[in-house]
Design a protein around this ligand. Structure first.
Ligand code: ADP
Length: 425
């Protein structure tokens, strides 16, 4: 007969992977937890598995973890269902995770059968989501040097959950993985081989968003999905990706999420000579330059007013206009470059906070891209319709223009379910 603790001991022997994987075949009442653990916030969502399909139940976040933590949760319709804050002083990640698990437990949503994590970096090794065990976690730890601002925070939540619930399967989904399909030439820098061997190459990010868009496009526009598409993921972080038949062939972000388009506070592409000048003439060191390029540049740096595009669009200040003009101009330049990588263009997709919501940004980008055969339907573009996927091009446009709501969390839930099924099969 089984003795108390047998299961836990067997689990430890197997390195955290339950021996009887059949136990985790999802049931109808089961849920998946999706976690995005950042340096100062813990975001999570819960998905129910209806006919195996993940359906959003709630999204929640604890922000300003280390200073004055605030928690808010919304249901699938966006209605606030819970909120609280903590006295100043902050929460350790372990405390935040404990709160998350206890709070979810109290919602009577069904048992959580697995956790899917957003992990920024999978290096060259991980081109697919992966079930986490001790070996995988060690490999991901080694990649922390490639993304020191994000990777450690992603992995810390995994470790905390593993200690708390060793029997709970965890899956890592990477922002880089979707781009591993790119041709070698698209991933290379013109640097000596000895440096490239250390992992200095273009990885690209926002991969979970692009993958979601590629799948959605297959459903709503099969012709474009089979052809050449550029997706503009324009949020606080912004990048663009060229898709051929649904696979990434080029993207604007590179070794880090600093490259490519100007962003809310990030510079985007910059002549590396500027960095040498800053070091030699201004005496800046690596952390000075990191602060400048990640936090003090982009829309905020150019305007000197705000990192929020809405505020800049509403402002009469010449510096606000300069920031917006530069943003639009750089999108147009990258669009031309990505269209060249594709050898033409069948569809253009706008997504993320700015891409989904900003009528003037879409209109201006499309007007500048008329030379590619892009013709926007100004009234469809301006309509307040909030359907998650809508077409805003004229019928006569050679290029289909789509506005598609991104959903990285659902993508993670889908991957997590698939990885579980694979392990069972
Ligand atoms: P993140 O990269 O943090 O995921 P989001 O995709 O949520 O960012 O996008 C957030 C950004 O979207 C904000 O910086 C805000 O400026 C921008 N945004 C949201 N709505 C609008 C709008 N109607 N017009 C212009 N910008 C908008």
């Amino acid at each position: 007969a089984a003795r108390p603790g047998d299961a836990a001991r067997a689990l430890r022997r197997s390195g955290g992977v339950p021996r009887d994987l059949r136990r985790i075949v999802p049931r109808e009442s089961d849920t998946l937890l999706v976690v995005n653990s950042g340096s100062s916030s813990l975001k999570f969502s819960v998905f129910a598995l209806e006919n195996g399909d993940p359906v959003l139940r709630l999204r929640a976040r604890i922000e300003e973890l280390h200073r004055a933590p605030q928690f808010a949760a919304r249901d699938a319709q966006g209605r606030t269902i819970a909120a609280r804050d903590w006295a100043a002083g902050g929460l350790a990640l372990g405390e935040a995770v404990a709160f998350m698990m206890d709070w979810i437990g109290a919602q009577a949503l069904g048992r959580v059968v697995a956790v899917g994590h957003r992990v920024v970096h999978g290096g060259v090794e991980f081109s697919d989501p992966v079930r986490l065990d001790a070996r995988v976690l060690d490999r991901l730890e080694q990649l922390s040097g490639l993304a020191p601002l994000h990777q450690p925070a992603n992995l810390a939540a995994i470790r905390v959950l593993q200690e708390r619930s060793p029997e709970l399967p965890q899956v890592a989904c990477f922002d880089t993985a979707f781009h591993r399909s790119q041709p070698e030439v698209a991933q290379a820098y013109a640097l000596p081989e000895s440096i490239a061997r250390e992992g200095v190459r273009r990885y690209g990010f926002h991969g979970l968003s692009y993958e979601h868009i590629a799948i959605e496009l297959r459903r709503i526009d099969p012709r474009a999905a089979a052809g050449r598409t550029v997706v503009a993921h324009l949020g606080a972080g912004a990048s663009m990706c060229a898709l051929r038949a649904g696979r990434s062939v080029a993207t604007t972000m590179g070794f880090t999420a600093l490259d490519g388009l100007p962003m809310a506070t990030r510079s985007g592409s910059i002549d590396p000579g500027v960095l040498i000048w800053l070091m030699k003439r201004k005496g800046m060191d690596a952390s000075d330059i990191e602060r400048l390029l990640y936090h003090e540049s982009g829309l905020l740096g150019v305007s000197g007013i705000s990192s929020d595009l809405r505020e800049l669009l509403a402002s009469d200040a010449p510096s606000a206009r300069r920031a917006v003009d530069l943003f639009i101009y750089r999108i147009g330049r990258e669009l031309g470059s990505l269209a060249a990588a594709l050898g033409g263009l069948d569809a253009l997709v706008f997504t993320a906070g700015i891409g989904e919501n900003s009528v003037p940004v879409r209109a201006r980008v499309c007007r500048d891209a008329a030379w590619l055969g892009v013709a926007i339907d100004e009234s469809a573009n301006a309509s307040g319709e909030t359907h998650p996927s809508r077409r805003v091009s004229l019928d006569a446009s050679a290029v289909a223009i789509w506005v598609i709501a991104t959903d990285e969390e659902r993508m993670i839930a889908l991957h997590t379910r698939r990885v579980l099924e694979r392990n069972v099969g």
